[in-house]
Design a protein around this ligand. Structure first.
Ligand code: PMV
Length: 326
């Protein structure tokens, strides 16, 4: 089965001619239990389930309208057809076989390609904007599956709050999508700590593949992911922040350990990343419940409670605060 077949099965009986325009916003999401490793490269099907929290206000707005020729814009700049992002967007939009060329403009308020989950909000907002442009009126599950075909983690950006992406077992991936948890946790805070604006050295797709193929530590990952997912769900249900923070941080470090053990090695950390980790650990030594998580990039996302805002601002000047449930 390929992506095109999945899209066709989802769009059976749906309108195929576009309206005048479609616009949608999708927030980025940060995994507390990471998605790392695919069981199907074509359909972006994961080996393990994952759990994320939405960045609510931080993400991507996409506008799509019919045009004379395909035209892609990102943050106000027209993408050159030879650029990798243009190619990736075109490959995605071509799945929908719309016949009408499209002008697609995405506007993100998070840095692109810095390991801050920008691809998740880009593909989720493109899927949502297409749904509006063509008036498909798809349900959340179908939209999540369509977003997943653009970028795995995008399937967790159709909904807000906590979202669980169940790995599923179907070869066609129709049971692999993001589903929101009902829990709200208004005191939770996420701090975006940009330690480096350098583009990441290697994309998550090739890095995941290399990890799966060459990292001996990856054999331990499925068990850790399953255990951490269960712990996180318990922590969320019981509003146990320390358990949430400890589990998320340990999960992120374990994911990075699998990458470091690949060959050639994958290390996203910069000296500034390690320095920031040490500052988080120093805060914990002082009894402050501040934790971090990291994705495929050098930047940290801090996890803490509203009551520790001043502590975090003091230790990390310039941190950008997000209240995921406010
Ligand atoms: O969706 P992708 O291919 O960009 O992969 C995302 C992988 C991580 O961000 C490192 C982990 C995750 O679950 O978001």
């Amino acid at each position: 089965l390929n992506k095109r077949d999945v899209v066709e099965s989802i769009l059976t009986g749906k309108p195929r001619s576009p309206g005048r325009s479609g616009q949608a916003f999708a927030a980025a999401n940060i995994a507390l239990c990471k998605y790392w490793g695919k069981r199907d490269e074509e359909l972006n099907l994961p080996l393990t389930s994952s759990l994320s929290i939405s960045l609510r206000t931080h993400g991507t707005t996409t506008d799509i309208e019919p045009a004379d020729a395909d035209e892609y814009w990102m943050n106000g700049e027209r993408l050159a057809p030879a650029s990798p992002i243009f190619q990736r967007l075109k490959e995605y939009l071509d799945l929908f076989a719309t016949e009408t060329p499209l002008r697609v403009a995405t506007q993100s308020n998070i840095p692109i390609g810095a390991g801050l989950a920008s691809s998740a909000s880009v593909f989720a907002s493109v899927a949502l904007a297409l749904d509006r442009l063509f008036d498909w009126r798809l349900d959340r599950r179908a939209l999540s599956i369509l977003a997943r075909l653009g970028s795995g983690s995008a399937c967790r950006s159709i909904d807000g709050g906590f979202v669980e992406w169940r790995a599923g077992t179907d070869p066609d991936g129709m049971d692999s999508y993001g589903a929101p948890l009902p829990d709200r946790w208004p005191e939770l805070r996420i701090g975006l700590l940009l330690v480096s604006k350098e583009a990441k050295s290697i994309g998550s797709r090739p890095a995941m593949k290399r990890t799966r193929e060459t990292s001996v530590l990856y054999t331990a990952w499925p068990d850790q992911a399953a255990r951490d997912l269960a712990r996180l769900k318990e922590a969320i249900a019981g509003r146990d922040f320390v358990r949430l923070g400890e589990t998320a941080e340990a999960n992120a470090l374990a994911m990075h350990a699998t990458m470091i053990a690949t060959w050639p090695p994958v290390l996203y950390w910069r000296p500034e990343s390690v320095e920031a980790m040490r500052r988080v650990w120093a805060l914990r030594d002082e009894g402050k419940a501040v934790y971090f998580t990291m994705d495929a990039g050098p930047n940290l996302k801090l996890l803490y409670r509203e009551t520790d805002q001043a502590v975090v601002d003091g230790a990390f000047p310039g941190v950008e605060t997000i209240a995921p449930f406010a």
